[in-house]
Ligand binder design. Structure first.
Ligand SMILES: Nc1ncnc2c1ncn2[C@@H]1O[C@H](COP(=O)(O)OP(=O)(O)OP(=O)(O)O)[C@@H](O)[C@H]1O
Length: 517
């Protein structure tokens, strides 16, 4: 095995890389070079080609043209997994940890065993796992089942596993997408510590402030091409966005931050005394027609569980949900849909999309009854419907009949939103709707959510992302299962974050009466 030690040229150098998928050009004469110990960001809009580059740098896909070198040496042969893993580690957008197995099993089961014929000693396995976790400073019990870990712990286990094959270069594809503010801080601390040990990383994120916080160098891709590579300190945020979009940023506030204040119109969603064991307790809130309300909270606050309850995915122990004056049977997705609750789930992979079906079918799954007589789905109508959605939300796809699994992550998220909007819901409940979505598309998606309210319906955005919450007319903050504060439009970031972290003393909002609006 080649010693992948640093000091012999860039840890990775890709040149003239092109890759096509049918008619789609995913990469065109693109390149990247990462120096030993460097923190390098790769940014670009949804569909720019970032994930395709990752799959080429990790040996999962072959480029059509171009060269790839690690430490000055040609890339390993395709399929030589061990050789690839000793040069480049990767933590993907989707977790590769198997939930039903223990941490130790996840760390060791898929590698070449040193004594293939010897039976596995569980004790030894756990021992080795605990050494490995300690080496990377990961405080997780090797005997714990992976499904019992937090998102953050799972990610640390993935990082430790990825690096344990010997690579000094790690690719992180949107690692912060599912973490809350504290989790992100701890992840960054970990990455900085690894960097001090000489590990280089390529960091993909749609959150530009993270790029400024963590990275020394940034590369921008746009429409399958390399646009610029520069020291982060030399590229201002405007120049960065311009490189990503190819346009000068518009002056002033983004259109979607315009709000119309609390509406005097009728309540469209009324939640009363809702409790779900282990998640939230006695939550009462009202959302009026014309309003976008934020339901903020950190990972364990219960806000996501509450959103899922409204969508019928969880059955509360007590309490009632009323939409447009009519009680909704809780714990049933079809009843929630029929009552007029549209839902954008947190995890599009688990709850959102049918991977093998087309963009058109996925966008219209909730409205098949409107697409033809007697429950028949007419392909022409499905298509027309989907094409309106594709145009309206700027979904980047070769066409309505393309398979949704071939879309980039951010574009898949837009399909999920299109589907929720397709029912013309009274209340759109959206959990972290802009997760994984680029800067410009974020505007379009939040604009679409805002549009639901402006057309006389309402929306509830369940999120801890300040950008998501900024479009809201008011924000309710949950902490440990209770609504602890309410902020009218115009809140300060610090105060809202403090409330989400359980320090409502730092804000000047009404507390216990927060829900009676
Ligand atoms: N397996 C595939 N089959 C067909 N098209 C694909 C496939 N993989 C990617 N593409 C297309 O290649 C282009 C680049 O996609 P890629 O996933 O690399 O973008 P990305 O920059 O990672 O986007 P995002 O930020 O949304 O994750 C997109 O137009 C996508 O639809």
């Amino acid at each position: 095995m080649v010693d992948p030690s640093p000091g012999r040229g860039p840890v990775v150098e890709a040149d003239g890389i092109s890759k096509r998928f049918g008619a789609t050009v995913a990469l065109s004469d693109a390149g990247i070079s990462v120096a030993p110990g460097e923190s390098h960001a790769l940014v670009g809009r949804n569909g720019a080609g970032k994930s395709t580059l990752v799959s080429i740098l990790t040996g999962l896909q072959q480029p059509d043209t171009g060269t790839l070198r690690f430490h000055g040496e040609p890339a390993p042969a395709p399929g030589d997994t061990d050789a690839w893993r000793s040069r480049v580690a990767c933590v993907y957008q989707r977790s590769t940890i198997i939930p039903g197995l223990t941490v130790a099993e996840n760390l060791f089961l898929d590698r070449q065993s040193t004594g293939a014929l010897r039976p596995i000693s569980w004790k030894r396995l756990r021992h080795r796992a605990s050494d490995l976790l300690a080496e990377y400073g990961v405080d997780v019990d090797p005997a714990a089942r992976a499904e019992d870990l937090t998102v953050e712990q799972r990610q640390f286990v993935e990082i430790a596993r990825a690096l344990s094959f010997g690579a000094r270069f790690i690719i992180l594809d949107e690692p912060t997408a599912k973490l809350d503010a504290r989790g992100i801080e701890r992840l960054f601390d970990k990455l900085r510590a690894l960097q001090r040990q000489g590990v280089a990383f390529l960091f993909i994120s749609h959150h530009l402030q993270e790029v400024y916080e963590l990275c020394g160098t940034v590369t921008v891709y746009r429409d399958a091409r390399h646009i610029v590579t520069a020291p982060v300190a030399e590229l201002g945020q405007e120049a960065l966005v311009e490189a990503m979009t190819g346009e000068s940023p518009r002056g002033g506030e983004p259109a979607w931050s315009v709000t119309c204040g609390t509406s005097a119109l009728a309540p469209l969603l009324e939640v009363s005394g809702l409790s779900l064991d282990g998640a939230y307790h006695d939550v009462t809130l009202t959302v009026h027609a014309g309003e976008v309300v934020g339901l903020a909270g950190a990972a364990a606050s219960g806000n996501v569980r509450l959103g899922e309850t409204l969508a019928g995915l969880r059955r509360p122990r007590s309490g009632t949900v009323t939409v447009a004056g009519r009680p909704v049977r809780t714990g049933h997705v079809p009843d929630a849909l029929a009552a007029g609750i549209g839902f954008v789930p947190e995890d599009r992979h688990l709850q959102g999309l049918v991977p093998d079906r087309s963009v058109a079918e996925n966008a219209t799954l909730t409205v098949t009854d409107q697409l033809g007589p007697f429950g028949m789905v007419l392909p022409s109508r499905t298509r027309a419907f989907a094409e309106r959605m594709i145009a309206g939300l700027g979904i980047k796809t070769p066409g309505a009949s393309a398979s949704v699994s071939d879309l980039s992550g951010g574009n898949q998220q837009k399909v999920v939103i299109a589907r929720a909007l397709a029912t013309r819901p009274h209340v759109l409940v959206a959990v972290r709707p802009t997760n994984g979505v680029d800067v410009k598309s974020k505007e379009a998606l939040l604009g679409a959510v805002r549009g639901v309210a402006d057309s006389g319906k309402s929306a509830l955005i369940v999120s801890d992302e300040l950008d998501d919450l900024r479009v809201c007319d008011r924000v309710l903050v949950m902490f440990h299962g209770r609504v602890v504060a309410e902020f009218p439009h115009g809140w300060s970031d610090e105060r809202l974050v403090a409330a989400m972290e359980g320090m409502p003393g730092l804000n000047d909002t009404k507390e216990s009466d927060a829900s009676h609006h």
